[in-house]
Design a protein around this ligand. Structure first.
Ligand code: CTP
Ligand code: MG
Length: 228
């Protein structure tokens, strides 16, 4: 296989506030990590999956991934995460087998991301040779402020919000992480800082990141809706 997805799932979910690591929190009866990993295994192109899990839950995570992967279990690996997302991505990149050329980095917390979004981002990356991120227009009016003072309205037409998976040529992403001067929560930021070109493809509303209780309720509503 030449494609891999690193699913980062080692966060604690502080803002969600459930008292369990976020990736293990169920959305309409099924854990976020299960949902996220299963989508990768529906892709037509065979894809290696590295799950980056909380150190204390590696065995539990291995069982979960094996159950979802079925016959594709040989194409999976579960490794321990780090203190922040940057360190967890680094751990995932370190765990990739030889032969991988394209890697997608994906948040387990974006567990409703459609398979078509994975396909589109990989496709565009492989065609252009660049990094590719899914992006959506910003819908709120955005202001630049200093303290509580509004300085100006920022031109929204030049802004997007970015999602995951973000796909990169593996060697260049590894080099970018090796050269990174500071911890970043955005892989495209690390890649750009090292001089890489990053393009966008259209994202999808369902690929939002579950961060708060409200996001969890929204995810459950989407699942309920799609079951109709
Ligand atoms: N993540 C990770 N390792 C970390 C921190 C975050 O793998 N040390 C992962 C999370 O599991 C999540 C993704 O990065 O899938 C995005 O992070 P975020 O939404 O911030 O999740 P948490 O860090 O778990 O949430 P919070 O910041 O509210 O604690
Ligand atoms: Mg976090």
């Amino acid at each position: 296989v030449s494609r891999a997805v690193v699913v980062v799932a080692a966060g604690s979910g502080t803002r969600l506030g459930i008292g369990d690591a976020k990736a293990f929190v169920p959305v309409a009866g099924e854990r976020m990590l299960t949902r996220a990993v299963r989508t990768v295994f529906t892709l037509a192109e065979p894809t290696f999956v590295v799950v980056v899990a909380p150190t204390a839950r590696l065995d539990e995570c291995r069982a979960l991934v094996a159950a979802v992967a079925g016959p594709a279990a040989a194409l999976t690996s579960v490794v321990a995460g780090g203190a922040d997302r940057h360190a967890s991505v680094q751990a995932g990149l370190d765990a990739l087998p030889d032969g991988i050329e394209w890697v997608g980095v994906h948040d387990a917390a974006r567990c409703l991301t459609p398979a078509a979004q994975f396909a589109a981002v990989f496709e565009r990356a492989e065609t252009t040779g660049d990094g590719v991120v899914p992006a959506l227009p910003v819908t709120d009016t955005v202001k630049r402020v200093e303290g509580d003072l509004v300085v100006e309205t920022v031109d929204r037409s030049a802004l997007v919000g970015v999602q995951t998976p973000q796909v990169f040529p593996l060697r260049a992403l590894r080099d970018a992480y090796a050269a990174a001067q500071r911890s970043e929560t955005d892989d495209a930021g690390v890649f750009r800082a090292a001089g890489g070109v990053v393009r966008t493809v259209p994202g999808h509303a369902d690929a939002f990141k579950i961060t708060t209780r409200w996001d969890l309720a929204r995810a459950e509503a989407i699942v309920a809706d799609s079951a109709l």
